[in-house]
Design a protein around this ligand. Sequence first.
Ligand SMILES: Cc1cc2nc3c(=O)[nH]c(=O)nc-3n(C[C@H](O)[C@H](O)[C@H](O)COP(=O)(O)OP(=O)(O)OC[C@H]3O[C@@H](n4cnc5c(N)ncnc54)[C@H](O)[C@@H]3O)c2cc1C
Length: 230
Amino acid sequence: MATGNSRADRIKQTPLTRLRRARKRGVFDRETVYAIVDATPICHVGHLIEGRPVVTPTCHWRSGDHIYWHGSRASRMMQASLDAAVCLTVTHLDGLVLARSGFHHSANYRSAMIFGEPQIVDDPELKMASLERFVDGLFPGRWETLRPPTRKEMNATTVLTMPIEEASAKVRSGPPKEAPGDELLSIWAGEIPLTIAVDTPVPDRFVADDQPLPAHVSGYGLAQQTIENE
Ligand SMILES: Cc1cc2nc3c(=O)[nH]c(=O)nc-3n(C[C@H](O)[C@H](O)[C@H](O)COP(=O)(O)OP(=O)(O)OC[C@H]3O[C@@H](n4cnc5c(N)ncnc54)[C@H](O)[C@@H]3O)c2cc1C
């Protein structure tokens, strides 16, 4: 949870982030936005390549009030995102909502949209530290057990970041909304909840039979550990 954030707890709405549709589902407190961002490593980055919109799935992490993602130096997504306007979205599908009419079927979800112009993290120490946070955010304590990155690996990797400054979240939960009178129809309605399950870890063929499972593997949970203050 986002305790000790370095900025005000509410994100200021802008003409871009003010919800027009289903306004009551809009959320602008940092705690909720950050909880949505931290609950999965997967996001989608919307950017332009040669004037055409492209939405690229990738992994992200958060440190304080900034969001980060990384990629190959050669990645067109990384190149096109640098200093350009992007929209990064994080989505959780929590359930399918079945109403008594097709029109009122819906989904329960938590999603966040973050707008900005990413900057490159080019200071070598900051870049290394942010990659460490990415790994340790997913698997606490793993970084110090790993072979350190080589200069070549670091050069091949680009890290981008932007402040979580212009952002919104939208959340739907609960039963279907029905047209008046439809509740009386003899049709099943309700929610099919959905979750992502963590399955049993599978060692590769080089792991010795007696090698203990690290705690960050045996206790793996999808939510990322974040560092609240940079
Ligand atoms: C899993 C899932 C399923 C969905 N299914 C549908 C569907 O089938 N049909 C449908 O019309 N909509 C669906 N939505 C909602 C959809 O994301 C949009 O909110 C909706 O279509 C309204 O779009 P708009 O451009 O009119 O929003 P507007 O209200 O005009 O958007 C204005 C601003 O509000 C914020 N905003 C809008 N939507 C979101 C969001 N989802 N998360 C965070 N911030 C947001 C952004 O800052 C945006 O710039 C779904 C959302 C999720 C997460």
